[in-house]
Design a protein around this ligand. Structure first.
Ligand code: ADP
Ligand code: MG
Length: 237
């Protein structure tokens, strides 16, 4: 079967004036459908750049990205946006919740812009928010939630559409241990129970060890691949 993510010879150069930064160089890899892959590497190694490219949030300088059999090069901006909203759930290190909306509204809006025509499955949402321990926080705005709670809302927002692919960039970077475990457990359950493909960027080797496979990055290149331990997470929540 075709891999769900194919990246071929990706290159990204950032230019400002005369300064050029090669953030990614000849990065090639695939992720199989249903796989859980971690990407680890030091700060500045190009991890977030890769995340933005795979999510269609920025364009590669050169190279090819094929997501679920569709080559990004064949899509215009509107089509790429549509694909992103329907197929990919994003989790960011800094949560990126809309500050003026409640937790519930943040989740609802993600669902409504995903292009789903069926109504939101309330039982699924309830199940998600219960597992994440945020069911009683849904009427609060982000400023009234701890960082860990905000990230758990962001996870619910990413998962509510049941996307085929979950892309997470340092999702536990700013969190306390309990919230970090809750986030990792939810990503693992999405993968194991719902067969969603997860690509998680982290610089924490322990977090990375929950994956099936770990890609290492340095200086904009993928420098190695190893099997992950598939360590099972049980959060205390
Ligand atoms: P990581 O997520 O691994 O820390 P990044 O992808 O954020 O790495 O950055 C890779 C390199 O690209 C770094 O040298 C960084 O300074 C540079 N970079 C990232 N984003 C930009 C940008 N928007 N403009 C210019 N340089 C950037
Ligand atoms: Mg980064």
């Amino acid at each position: 079967m075709q891999p769900i993510i194919q990246a071929e010879q990706l290159e990204k150069v950032y230019r400002s004036g005369k300064v050029e930064v090669k953030a990614l160089q000849s990065a090639s890899f695939t992720v199989e459908r249903g796989e859980f892959v971690s990407i680890v590497g030091p700060s500045g190694s190009g991890k977030s750049t890769l995340f933005y490219l795979l999510g269609g949030l920025t364009q590669a300088t050169s190279g090819r990205i094929v997501i679920d059999g569709v080559d990004f090069a064949t899509l215009n901006d509107a089509e790429r946006t549509k694909m992103r909203k329907s197929k990919i759930g994003f989790v960011f290190q800094k949560f990126n919740l809309l500050p003026t909306l409640t937790a519930r509204q943040n989740i609802d809006i993600a669902y409504s812009i995903s292009g789903r025509t069926e109504p939101l499955d309330e039982a699924h949402l309830r199940n998600l928010t219960d597992m994440l321990g945020i069911s009683d926080r849904l009427d609060h705005r982000p400023s009234e939630l701890s960082g860990g709670q905000q990230q758990r809302v962001a996870i619910a927002r990413a998962l509510v559409t049941q996307p085929a692919i979950i892309l997470a960039d340092e999702p536990t970077g700013n969190l306390d241990t309990a919230s970090s475990d809750a986030v990792l457990e939810m990503l693992q359950r999405s993968n194991r129970d719902y067969k969603q493909t997860v690509l998680m960027i982290t610089h924490n080797p322990e977090a990375a060890s929950i994956a099936d496979r770990i890609l290492h990055m340095r200086d904009g290149r993928i420098t190695g691949v190893e099997a992950g331990a598939g360590r099972v997470i049980h959060s205390a929540l």
